[in-house]
Design a protein around this ligand. Structure first.
Ligand code: AMP
Ligand code: MG
Length: 315
């Protein structure tokens, strides 16, 4: 909580990048001393909460990951989610929209890939591209073939409102958004792009388009700033995660996701008396089927000790 609170964009506040957020911030922590232990703790808490989220099965979590090129989204997913059960997590990457997607309203492809109750969905890029890349490169908007009146009048403001409303509707339905922007400096991006060129096993990550997009750095900073100003809400706040130091970005991101899960506070369901009685009847039946000379219930001593504790991890 203490770590992530200053990274949260207060709803209604005006954000200006890069002035308001230092990409190299590490919250007074030391990489060697604090980094590994904090990340490990975050990963373990995530695993525990995710198991409970799945068991309770009433809420879903959508982690929105946005960054400029080389911001560290992929490494973030790999590290932060490393401890959770793969059955409970799905990662969805959004690329340039297909012809079929361009034939639909712009939010539909995101709606269709939301997580279910009990799941954590990670949006690697998200509906926010609709007010980022689409805004910085308006030819994207032309490709969406909106009617003229929807395209011309305050289109970005109306998109912010539509997105806020959509997220509000979903949070009302038990789906919680955790919105993370991995904030790197222009210099750190330069170094990371060079690494992709210099190290052969990293070459595949380099796209000549990344260098081209870099020329639009300032336009992106402006588009991000306006987006944070208008779409950080009480029900779905943004976190600007300082990302020049990957270890800190991962600790902070894990913290923000854990914080959202702690607010949901999912619990393992406790059986009703009726259901417990039904289980006992089946238990007697199974015990009666034990072959001669075997214990009727070889597991019993263990289940006895766990029986009173509904929080014991199911096997
Ligand atoms: P990457 O994540 O590096 O594989 O690249 C995906 C590309 O898809 C990026 O260049 C994004 O800007 C682009 N992209 C994602 N969503 C949209 C969108 N809604 N409209 C246009 N381009 C998009
Ligand atoms: Mg890329």
């Amino acid at each position: 909580m203490r770590l992530i609170e200053p990274l949260r964009v207060t709803p209604g506040s005006k954000v200006r990048l890069p002035e308001d957020h230092d990409p190299a911030f590490v919250g007074g922590l030391d990489r060697q001393q604090d980094g590994p232990a904090l990340l490990q703790e975050g990963i373990e808490l995530l695993a525990e909460y995710q198991a409970r989220l799945a068991a309770q099965d009433t809420h879903g979590v959508v982690v929105v990951l946005q960054a400029l090129d080389a911001g560290g989204k992929d490494g973030m997913i790999r590290h932060v989610m490393s401890g959770v059960n793969p059955q409970g997590v799905k990662v969805v990457s959004f690329k340039v929209p297909s012809v079929a997607e361009l034939n639909q309203d712009y939010l539909r492809r995101y709606q269709e890939r939301l997580p279910a109750r009990g799941e954590i969905g990670i949006f690697n890029r998200s509906h926010y591209e609709e007010v980022l890349v689409v805004r910085v490169h308006p030819e994207n908007l032309i490709r969406q073939r909106l009617p003229a009146e929807s395209r011309e009048h305050d289109v970005w403001k109306r998109r912010y409102e539509a997105i806020n409303d959509w997220e509000h509707y979903l949070s009302d339905n038990g789906f919680r958004f955790v919105k993370l922007f991995l904030n790197i400096s222009k210099e750190e991006q330069r170094v990371r792009l060079l690494r992709r060129i210099d190290l052969p096993e990293h070459n595949w990550k380099f796209s000549p388009n990344d260098a081209h997009e870099r020329e639009f750095w300032d336009a992106y900073q402006d588009a991000f700033s306006e987006m944070f100003t208008h779409t950080s809400t009480e029900w779905a706040p943004w976190y600007v995660i300082p990302a020049d130091h990957k270890w800190f970005a991962r600790v902070a991101a894990a913290g923000a996701i854990v914080h959202a899960l702690a607010e949901i506070d999912p619990q393992y369901p406790v059986l009703s008396d009726d259901a417990r009685r039904d289980l006992q009847a089946v238990k007697l039946q199974l015990e009666s089927e034990a072959p001669p000379g075997t214990a009727p219930d070889p597991v019993e001593p263990e289940t006895h000790s766990a029986a009173g504790n509904p929080h014991t991890e199911p096997t």
